[in-house]
Design a protein around this ligand. Structure first.
Ligand code: PLP
Length: 444
């Protein structure tokens, strides 16, 4: 009998007791290749010796000091490291304990910025359908994942909503990619006009969508167009890189591949690689300067911001990524995974789309490849595949639910950056077997 309120109240999950490299072990002694890094978290895998050593050193020195009294050397060093590798103009960092907290802090910082510079009439956020920005009330409000929002909708702030950048499903057959991008941007422009271009605080989006759709990047030109649109109206651009950031897509930040710099950027998961809970907001200098010159205080805060243990773990993770030059490795292994996924699934009549960047890949299942008709939502194929993959000894991250009236069964892969080609072969083989088994079981 467990007294923990588990994610699923229906059953107590297996007990994890250990981890080493890309593997996790349960209490019964079964090993799993952690091909989703939990939820795109464990970028260095498990029990990385340099990270563990740094954490031991930190706990011997200082575990906690409240930030209203002190800063710590480790927090300062981590901020220096992040700023040194940040997109252009991002000079300041605010530390929190996870992704949702980072999004909350970014939303409040954006609002406070406009109050400080004398534009308090800016009160609206605009975000996309089929996005996920976290589970706290502010983050849930900007998120566009209907099943997560449904029962809380009456108590969420009103957010302007536009289409996702979901080319596989939403680009018309007779439409060029350029025309599709232009259509998406025109809709955002129209939404800004509808709400009042001087009433909007910020546009919030994930450069590569993770937790709702599985590794979907926007079409070419979308982010540069978005940057230009926001600049035209003085609206802030918030890039939520909680899942796709910190090297997951093959560059430290996914926006680097789009050639733009956001005003605020949220990071989390891969920042601490799962060794400690940590997230952060990176901000353009002018935003922090406005608060410094204005009220002199960011009106926000949590007990554990800048936690020394979390900062020590994150700093060690980031130093290993740099020392071991893992970004080229993510690109190379990502290209290998892409090739193997296509080799295994291109002939499968129910694998509609394979997409991703770096070591961030999504596989979308459909009943029919031509019409892209999804499977019956009640089957919960994605959940069945997760369970079968686990039985086969591989962890993948399933996503489903009805969004925009369309059901989706998506499987996300986000393995540790250190995964080898032969381990990737095993991932594809075990996942492939799980998908075949589940499709056969459901008569497909
Ligand atoms: N933002 C994005 C893009 C995410 O993918 C997630 C989590 O999956 C969050 C925010 C919320 O992060 P957390 O679960 O750490 O609160």
């Amino acid at each position: 009998m467990s007294h923990v309120i588990h994610r699923s109240l229906a059953k107590v999950p297996l007990v994890a007791v250990g981890g080493k490299g890309v593997q996790l072990f349960d209490k019964a002694g079964k090993a799993y290749i952690d091909a989703s890094g939990g939820a795109a978290v464990s970028c260095l895998g498990h029990a990385q010796p340099d990270v563990m050593a740094a954490m031991h050193r930190q706990i011997d020195q200082l575990a906690y000091a409240h930030t209203s009294f002190f800063t710590t050397e480790v927090q300062e060093e981590l901020a220096d490291h992040l700023v040194a590798h940040a997109p252009a103009g991002m000079t300041d960092v605010y530390f929190v304990s996870g992704g949702s907290e980072a999004v909350e802090a970014a939303l409040k910082m954006a609002r406070q910025y406009f109050v400080e510079i004398g534009q308090p009439e800016r009160t609206h956020f605009v975000a996309r359908r089929q996005s996920y920005h976290g589970n706290t009330l502010g983050a849930l409000a900007v998120g566009g994942n209907e099943w997560r929002r449904k029962q809380f909708a009456p108590i969420l702030m009103d957010v302007g909503r536009v289409a996702p950048a979901y080319e596989y499903r939403d680009r018309r057959a007779d439409e060029s990619q350029q025309a599709y991008t232009a259509r998406l941007l025109a809709e955002i422009d129209a939404k800004f006009q509808e709400l009042g271009t001087d009433k909007v605080i910020a546009f919030v989006a994930e450069p590569v969508v993770g937790a709702t759709l599985g590794a979907i990047a926007a079409p070419a030109g979308y982010w540069t167009g978005l940057r230009a649109l926001c600049d035209r109206y003085g609206i802030l651009l918030i890039a939520d890189e909680v899942m796709c950031g910190m090297g997951r897509t093959g560059s430290l930040h996914a926006v680097e591949q789009e050639g733009i710099s956001p005003d605020l950027m949220t990071i989390a998961k891969g920042l601490g690689g799962g060794y400690q809970p940590i997230g952060a907001v990176l901000a353009q200098g002018r935003i922090v300067e406005a608060m410094r010159k204005g009220s002199g205080l960011f009106q926000h805060g949590h007990t554990y911001i800048g936690h020394p243990m979390a900062a020590a773990a994150a700093l060690a993770v980031q130093k290993v990524i740099q020392r071991d030059q893992l970004m080229p490795q993510v690109l190379a292994r990502g290209a290998y995974l892409q090739k193997q996924l296509h080799a295994r699934f291109d002939t499968n009549p129910h694998v509609g789309d394979i997409r991703g960047r770096g070591l961030f890949w999504g596989v979308e299942l459909v009943q029919d490849k031509d019409s892209k008709a999804p499977f019956d939502a009640a089957l919960k194929l994605h959940a069945q595949i997760k369970a079968q993959a686990m039985a086969n000894g591989v962890l993948c991250y399933p996503m489903g639910g009805t969004i925009d009236g369309k059901h989706g069964d998506h499987i996300l892969l986000a393995p540790p950056f250190i995964i080898s080609e032969s381990e990737l072969d095993q991932v594809v083989e075990r996942l492939g077997d799980a998908i075949d088994t589940v499709l056969a079981r459901n008569g497909a």
